[in-house]
Design a protein. Structure first.
Lengths: 377, 205
């Protein structure tokens, strides 16, 4: 008998709040973290991004530690984990997963040998793990933009395999010159705050955030149950999604098969919606191929920008609140449908009972992940 | 879980200018750079896939090892549900450093999308999936060192929950001219049991 797996704790650190309640309050008020940034260190022209305020970050961190030896990203990750790890017993059956795409990549800007060591993702994981005293070796998931949601699926699978009973996940990425210049070189950056699925969308807005959850085999305090997942490659192109959405289509099919539910039972989709022309179009095609075109769907990129390795987990945390608070949140930045096949974009905050919730993401390398959740009775 | 035994069906090791497949040296050349070595390997095995030359070192390394293991596995007619579970220590740091150099001088700023795309370790999985048309489970992990306990638990649960028929597992480490690939295929049949001790011994050969 395969074990049942739940998410029992959640938290997030974002430009619109340092806990889940503050984030939900701002989402309800349509307050976005995206602002025009004038930062010559990051980019020579002004650009839109969703960035955590340094003073607020340092203030919050000083309340839990007086050590200054942590990078910005490490502080954000520790802050996300702190309230949910604090009370827990960390033993050899407690795993720790860290999800990120670029970690402390800013360490390469000043490549002294001590600094260079920080750029290793295993070092980042060790620094965060040691703060809390985890007893098991950290597992780093670095799988482009699906990392955050893939980490949920990895945690679930490791609990099913009985390697662990509990797994803490932290996911995070930072806005850096490295990533900004890279997306810019692809001409994939929006000149205005991103507009997922809209007619005049022209690319991503980058963002930064961290998010943390506790995945557990114990039902006590469960916020939601994880009932199926899939993470299937397009096998098509390394820097663009499949035109037919093949990998996403198959990832969702795989999750549905495991969960033993039908497409018509899904009540809400928290999609990827980066606001690039190809990504949003691909998702609309995949959802239509599955008959999911009438299911309410949103992208939270209009609130947070694309937070890379954090996004999948952050959006899961917000999605769980949708289920718990019986609310569909607005897909901020959406104006007029701009994908070739119709999908049911959530245009205003509204009440809805949600039993089954689907989270999806797609990324470079042709990767896709879908995870299905069920409300706990 | 894991009452069902799994087996290591084939192993490919690439290090020190040598490729060993199932215990036999199939290519060994005089010490040279990885780019030269990988080109000679490409020619030696008649790979015939020009995209290979656009890849970064990590992708070339993962690609070559997978090529040798999957050549005999992949059927033309049927779909192959072979998952990819790869890991390393240095992520894509070798290409990250190269990309960082392209943006470190404001007077000579030349970020390239062709380099940037390889600043993600999972790109090598995409390359392998495209080559072998594997629309299958894939994930990339980072550890301080090869982690057989994790690899066994994760690959076995993929097969047990029917997410994959077989799993291609790999440690593909590439940084600053140093490289090591230890790639192996795991399935439900075979003679060579998939155990931590076996993986440790084979990895350290």
């Amino acid at each position: 008998m395969i074990r049942e797996v739940y998410i029992t704790e959640t938290n997030c650190i974002t430009p619109i709040g340092f806990d889940v309640a503050a984030n939900i309050k701002n989402i309800m008020g349509c307050v976005s973290g995206i602002q025009l940034q004038h930062n010559l260190q990051l980019m020579k022209t002004p650009f839109y991004a969703s960035i955590v305020n340094n003073e607020e970050l340092n203030m919050a961190f000083s309340k839990i530690s007086l050590t200054e030896n942590y990078t910005r990203l490490e502080k954000m990750m520790i802050l996300a984990l702190n309230p949910i790890v604090k009370e827990s017993k960390l033993d050899t059956k407690t795993g720790f997963i860290l999800s990120t795409t670029k970690g402390n990549i800013t360490a390469l800007e000043n490549p002294s040998s001590a600094n260079f060591k920080k750029a290793y993702l295993s070092q980042l994981a060790k620094n965060v793990a040691d703060f809390f005293g985890f007893k098991t070796e950290p597992i780093v998931v670095s799988n482009a933009c699906v990392s955050g949601i893939l980490a949920v699926s990895v945690a679930k699978r490791l609990i099913q395999s009985e390697m662990f009973d509990n797994v803490f996940i932290v996911a995070g990425d930072e806005v850096s010159e490295f990533v900004l210049s890279g997306f810019n070189s692809f001409q994939a950056m929006s000149d205005l705050p991103c507009k997922p699925y809209s007619k005049n969308r022209n690319g991503v807005t980058l963002g930064e955030a961290t998010s943390a959850v506790l995945v557990s085999s114990h039902k006590k305090n469960a916020k939601i149950k994880i009932i199926g997942d899939g993470s299937i490659n397009d096998a098509n192109h390394i820097s663009g999604p499949s035109r037919t959405g093949e990998g996403l289509f198959r990832s969702i099919e795989s999750a549905l098969a495991e969960a033993k539910i039908n497409t018509n039972q899904i009540d809400y989709i928290s999609a990827h919606g980066t606001a690039t022309s190809f990504n949003d179009e691909m998702e609309a095609i995949a959802f239509n191929r599955l008959g999911l075109e009438n299911v309410p769907v949103n992208s939270l990129k209009g609130f947070y920008g694309h937070t890379l390795g954090a996004s999948g987990l952050l959006e899961t945390v917000i999605g769980i609140q949708s289920v718990l608070e019986r609310k569909l949140f607005i897909s901020l930045g959406f104006y007029e449908i701009g994908v070739s096949q119709s999908i049911n974009i959530i245009e205003k905050n509204e009440d809805k009972n949600i039993r089954y919730f689907l989270k999806t993401a797609s990324g470079f390398g042709g990767c896709n992940t879908a995870v299905l959740f069920e409300k706990v009775k | 879980m894991s009452e069902n035994k799994t087996y290591i069906q084939s192993i490919c090791m690439i290090q020190n200018n040598e490729i060993i497949l199932d215990g036999k040296t199939i290519l060994k050349i005089e010490p040279t750079s990885f780019s030269d070595f990988s080109k000679k390997a490409y020619q030696n095995f008649d790979v015939n896939y020009p995209k290979f030359f656009k890849m970064d070192g990590l992708s070339k390394l993962a690609f070559l090892g997978s090529e040798l293991l999957l050549k005999k596995e992949i059927g033309e007619t049927k779909e192959n549900n072979i998952a990819l579970v790869f890991s390393n220590k240095s992520s894509s740091l070798d290409t990250d450093v190269k990309y960082q150099k392209s943006i470190s001088d404001k007077e000579n700023y030349f970020p390239s999308p062709a380099v940037f795309v390889y600043t993600l370790p999972n790109i090598c999985l995409g390359e392998i999936c495209i080559r072998h048309q594997l629309r299958s489970e894939n994930s990339f992990f980072i550890f301080e060192a090869f982690n057989p306990a994790f690899m066994i638990n994760y690959s076995n649960i993929l097969m047990e929950t029917k997410k994959a028929d077989k799993v291609l597992c790999g440690w593909v480490e590439y940084f600053d001219k140093e490289y090591k690939a230890f790639i192996y295929l795991v399935g439900k049949e075979g003679d060579f049991e998939h155990k931590i001790e076996t993986l440790k011994t084979e990895y350290n050969k």
